[in-house]
Design a protein around this ligand. Structure first.
Ligand SMILES: Cc1cc2nc3c(=O)[nH]c(=O)nc-3n(C[C@H](O)[C@H](O)[C@H](O)COP(=O)(O)O)c2cc1C
Length: 405
């Protein structure tokens, strides 16, 4: 691999549009991107690997298992090596079958195995017959892949090889190339940053078995941590109790109460250059949690609550040059509260979301209140896509505000 040259893997699936991957390979190489081609077995029924070997001057990977003459450790773990070297995985054309395999984590050939081993950005350009494209199974797989933050270059409409007219045609080569270039540009734009993210609810104990909490799923904070890591940041995720797997490459600190979250955030604050507080921290805790399980009595039970520390306000007072982002979850229009919090807590951005549209969902629809005074509405999208948009706006904001307070 040439040093400093951007390098991607181009996975080619077994569809009629496989021949267009040759044109895509050339378009990418003309933009100084080196391309390692991986073809599925079905793809080789449509185009010969020789075409791509000649275009890229590289061996095309055509199977998981090398022949006996290549029985070495290097060939045995090639999918890992290839995954580590690539800055992006581009799949064009992506068959319905490949999308189903990726969505469900099947790994029965080189491309699907490499997909699982790959932690960088993924661009998927599907192409298939209209009925396959609109089938509920394909739609569900598409949403799963989108939810992982993969960039989907939607197929165009037109005359298809099967004789149908409708959506399913591989997107124009220029559109796929533009998507790859934008992913590569974004790829390392958080390199050198340390991003501290909080996520999930807190649990405030009443006694050793009961607690007060809220419905936060942690999905937004986890998506933010995943996006930051994918863009090259060092990421520390302070998480309340959730049912999610920590994103790869992220340092996770698990906490239960608001007080523990505060301590964990403060312990990592010094190193952080960007702090995003997506956790739904309980405003109140039980003033005197019982050391033993509270027994059921005859009458009612009165709990005395006391306020938890306002972590965001504390961070706002000590933020220095860090970018500080808070969240406002409201049952009504979130913008007025987002703007109020922005000022009162000395933040650079408040992400306002509506409780009914955000909590527990895989999607989100938010408004960003920015220190510049602007408000930006982000259309409904997967939480992972929203996370990327938040970072896009944060980086723009930093450029517009060279000396944040
Ligand atoms: C002539 C022909 C054309 C095909 N075109 C497509 C296509 O455009 N998109 C698709 O998803 N599957 C298409 N298929 C079906 C795939 O080849 C089949 O699902 C195969 O298992 C895909 O393997 P892969 O995903 O490993 O490449 C086509 C099959 C044939 C025989």
């Amino acid at each position: 691999m040439t040093v400093n040259r951007r390098h991607i893997v181009l996975g080619i699936g077994g569809g009629i549009a496989a021949y267009k991957a040759a044109e895509l390979t050339r378009a990418l190489m003309e933009r100084e991107i080196s391309v390692q081609v991986v073809m599925t077995r079905a793809a080789q029924e449509f185009v010969r690997p020789l075409t791509f070997a000649a275009l890229t001057a590289r061996k095309v990977i055509t199977s998981m298992f090398a022949g006996s003459s290549e029985d070495t450790l290097a060939s045995a773990v090639e999918h890992i090596r290839v995954a580590q070297e690539a800055e992006a995985l581009v799949v064009a054309p992506a068959t319905a079958d490949l999308m189903a395999k990726f969505a469900n984590g099947l790994a029965d050939d080189f491309l699907s195995t490499m997909y699982l081993a790959f932690t960088g950005p993924v661009v998927i350009a599907p192409a298939m017959n209209t009925n396959m494209w609109t089938h509920p199974a394909t739609r569900r797989n598409l949403e799963t892949l989108r939810g992982r933050g993969h960039v989907i270059v939607e197929p165009g409409e037109g005359f298809l090889a099967c004789g149908m007219v409708g959506p399913g045609r591989l997107a124009e080569i220029e559109r796929i190339t533009a998507a790859v270039l934008s992913v590569l540009e974004r790829r390392r734009d958080l390199a050198g940053e340390t991003v501290l993210v909080t996520a999930g609810p807190t649990e405030e104990p009443l006694d050793p078995v009961r607690f007060l909490s809220n419905r936060s799923s942690g999905k937004m904070g986890y998506a933010i941590a995943e996006a930051a890591a994918a863009r090259g940041a060092r990421v520390i995720l302070v998480s309340g109790p959730v049912h999610l797997c920590p994103p790869p490459g992220v340092t996770t600190v698990n906490v239960q109460t608001a007080e523990q979250m505060r301590a964990a955030v403060k312990a990592h604050f010094e190193d952080a250059t960007i702090v995003i507080k997506a956790a739904a921290v309980a405003d109140y805790r039980v003033a005197d949690p019982a050391p033993q399980k509270i027994k059921k009595g005859e009458g009612g039970l009165t709990l005395r609550l006391e306020p938890n520390p306002d972590i965001l306000s504390e961070l706002g007072r000590m933020k220095g040059n860090r970018l500080l982002v808070g969240f406002a979850a409201e049952t009504g229009d979130p913008l007025p509260e987002a703007r109020r919090k922005l000022e009162s807590k000395n933040c650079d951005m408040i992400v306002g979301n509506r409780v009914d549209r955000a909590f527990g969902s895989d999607d989100n629809e938010v408004v960003l209140a920015l220190r510049t005074g602007e408000a930006v509405e982000l259309p409904r999208a997967s939480k992972r896509e929203v996370a990327d948009r938040i970072f896009d706006h944060l980086l723009k904001l930093r450029a517009a505000l060279p000396a944040t307070k």
